[in-house]
Design a protein around this ligand. Sequence first.
Ligand SMILES: *[C@@H]1O[C@H](CO)[C@@H](O)[C@H](O)[C@H]1NC(C)=O
Ligand SMILES: *[C@@H]1O[C@H](CO)[C@@H](O)[C@H](O)[C@H]1NC(C)=O
Ligand SMILES: *[C@@H]1O[C@H](CO)[C@@H](O)[C@H](O)[C@H]1NC(C)=O
Ligand SMILES: *[C@@H]1O[C@H](CO)[C@@H](O)[C@H](O)[C@H]1NC(C)=O
Length: 255
Amino acid sequence: MIKASSLSSGTRTQRVFAWVSIIWLTFAVSAFGKAVNLETIPKVVAQCGENVTLPCDATSSHLSDIRFFSWVGRNKTLCKYDGQPDPEVLCESAAETHPKLTLTLIRVMPIHQGSYLCKLHSKVGLENLASVVTVQDCLGSSGSFINESHAKCWFNGVYPVGKVHWFQGVAELTESASTQEDKDQYGQYTITSTLNVQKENLDQPYNCSLWIPRAKKYLSSRQVAMVTVRSLSGRGVKLQWICMMAEIIMVKLVM
Ligand SMILES: *[C@@H]1O[C@H](CO)[C@@H](O)[C@H](O)[C@H]1NC(C)=O
Ligand SMILES: *[C@@H]1O[C@H](CO)[C@@H](O)[C@H](O)[C@H]1NC(C)=O
Ligand SMILES: *[C@@H]1O[C@H](CO)[C@@H](O)[C@H](O)[C@H]1NC(C)=O
Ligand SMILES: *[C@@H]1O[C@H](CO)[C@@H](O)[C@H](O)[C@H]1NC(C)=O
């Protein structure tokens, strides 16, 4: 009897303790969760040269709670609530229903890729939330050149890095081409490829295509042909010949 009674009172104490703990935990979670709740876009994919806007909403937080609200990236504070932004970015502070800090990355480039952190230091504590920016499908300009011994193609402002594949009809000629890649200060590539060609193969156009291994796709392609150049210059010569004849006739008439 005595044993049973002490056991049940022990169980009761444990149960009360458990309830108190649950209530405490609920209170702590709701108080903490309420004061520092941030929202942003977790992942942004852009093309080179675009402006990327990263909002950070401090929902269910009050302006008076805020000690520090900022966007941090590239190892520096880019943007501060009601503060002077870094000259490379645009920054907007707003407080309509809740405090909001919007960071705009201008003309985003491969070197700007990475994690950007929205940081809010409030009365309750410090909260961080990341937004990861990546760039892809970048291509600036392209060009080509051909003469009787070489065909050449180049692609500027490329990211991620690519390779040039050469075709003539169904034949793939990539093996006999030499390709060079250069990276600029913004992390974009210029890819130049040169193919040795034979005079007797020039009547069919060449095709040079920019292959992006990481994306597993062709980003651009160009036709390189001498055929049109030859017929144009041929007509040019004929026209010159007609002009000369006319001049000779006129000279004879004057004389
Ligand atoms: C990006 O922002 C800059 C600076 O505000 C502006 O001059 C430019 O036109 C914008 N570019 C685009 C594509 O919206
Ligand atoms: C940031 O700092 C780390 C460590 O000091 C360095 O390795 C990295 O290159 C820096 N990144 C930028 C974007 O400056
Ligand atoms: C064709 O162009 C290449 C590269 O510009 C040059 O080195 C070569 O001499 C040219 N060949 C002919 C036959 O004009
Ligand atoms: C060149 O070849 C690529 C790959 O086979 C093809 O996708 C593209 O349409 C071709 N371009 C031209 C202009 O013929």
